[in-house]
Write a protein that binds this ligand. Structure first.
Ligand code: 5GP
Ligand code: MN
Length: 344
């Protein structure tokens, strides 16, 4: 039997379903999880959505948000483990390696449930019975919509499901600006609008809900914490624990900051180093011709997409930045010149 048929069969009777996504979920991670959850509930399944950590407050408008369990909170974790043990089907959304869900990853690996992976990141690990995966998709939300259509349930997509999916596609395409904004993206988004999603309302919920502290923090970061190295086409932010504390930084407050560095004329590689409780979190962005995910994977225990990737470091903030600068200096040819040659 073809993989899709066996997956469809799995869903043909009411099941206990566990949905999870990557740490610090973004709009695509949470939107795909709740978009799928709302659909599966309509189909008569019992659904639990678990995130490995918390997520930004500008995502809490999504339908089903109040039922999401945060695995980093003790009480939620207990409920999540019960749901995981009972699950018939586990959906892993918007990540390709189990390490991206912290300790939940090993529990999922050991589970006897039917595992489904829906994702658009590079180099997927082989942990699922059914994988609906394409790096050509701009967002996991795009894949969720395609899957619902493939299951013959397009008519079940209501306003709330459409809103969740629209949000992920909007943010993962950088507001329909990145090179991943394909014709297919526009066609699907047009259908989501037909199903009731209001694009400008969703953009407002996500992009126009800043706190004064966050805006001041962005101003501070740009004026005091931005390093520009025009000679190596690179600009980056270095944010310490103390900086985050001073501006009472909330989850999601550094989101998008790295893009200011990339927006500089002549800059092809941007990074954001932020000092967190568990080490240094790194965000990388690159211009369309530079593949930064390989760099993130090779040197900073990370990965992601060609032009938007992430990683981590257990060195100090200062040493991490030094390591980064040195590597970029050494990898000039690999990073930029091959890319320039390819572009011509
Ligand atoms: P962001 O900079 O927005 O946190 O992440 C950019 C992209 O890189 C996202 O697609 C995200 O899933 C991926 N990413 C971020 N951090 C990591 C990481 O530590 N490991 C891997 N494999 N991917 C990451
Ligand atoms: Mn995504």
């Amino acid at each position: 039997m073809e993989a899709f048929d066996s997956f469809k069969k799995e869903l043909s009777s009411p099941k206990r379903i566990f949905i999870t996504t990557h740490v610090k979920p973004d709009a695509d991670a949470l939107g795909s999880s709740l978009g799928l959850a709302n659909y599966l509930i309509k189909k008569g399944h019992e659904v639990t959505v678990v995130t490995p950590t918390d997520y930004p407050s500008f995502l809490t408008w999504m339908k089903g948000n109040e039922f999401v369990l945060d695995f980093s909170k003790k009480d939620d974790q207990k409920q999540a483990i019960i749901a995981l043990e009972k699950a018939d089907i586990i959906f892993c959304l918007d990540f390709s390696v189990l390490q991206r869900v912290n300790e939940l990853g090993e529990m999922i690996r050991k589970s006897k449930a039917y595992i489904v992976n829906i994702d658009h990141h590079q180099d997927p690990e082989d942990f699922a019975q059914f994988r609906f995966w394409s790096t050509k998709a701009a967002a996991t939300c795009e894949l969720i919509y395609e899957l619902i259509v493939k299951l013959g349930d397009k008519d079940l997509v209501d306003k709330e499901i459409a809103e969740c999916l629209y949000a992920g596609i909007m943010t993962d395409t950088g507001g329909f600006r990145h090179p991943n904004t394909t014709k297919n993206v526009h066609l699907i988004v047009a259908e989501l609008i037909d199903h009731g999603a209001n694009g400008s309302q969703i953009a407002n919920w996500i992009y126009d809900s800043n706190s004064v502290n966050r805006l001041k923090f962005i101003g501070f970061a740009i004026t005091r914490r931005l390093v520009v190295r025009e000679d190596i086409h690179t600009a980056y932010f270095v944010i310490s624990k103390k900086d985050l504390k001073k501006y009472q930084s909330q989850t999601g407050d550094t989101e998008g900051l790295v893009n200011y560095a990339l927006s500089l004329d002549g800059i092809k590689l941007a990074a954001l180093f932020s000092e967190r409780e568990d080490g240094i979190k790194i965000s990388f962005r690159s211009s369309s011709e530079v593949a930064i995910n390989k760099f993130a994977a090779s040197y900073f225990d990370g990965g992601g997409h060609k032009n938007a990737a992430g990683g981590k470091s257990t060195l100090s903030l200062k040493d991490t930045v030094e390591k980064f600068e040195k590597l970029v200096e050494e990898c000039q040819q690999e990073l930029f010149e091959t890319a320039i040659a390819e572009a011509h």
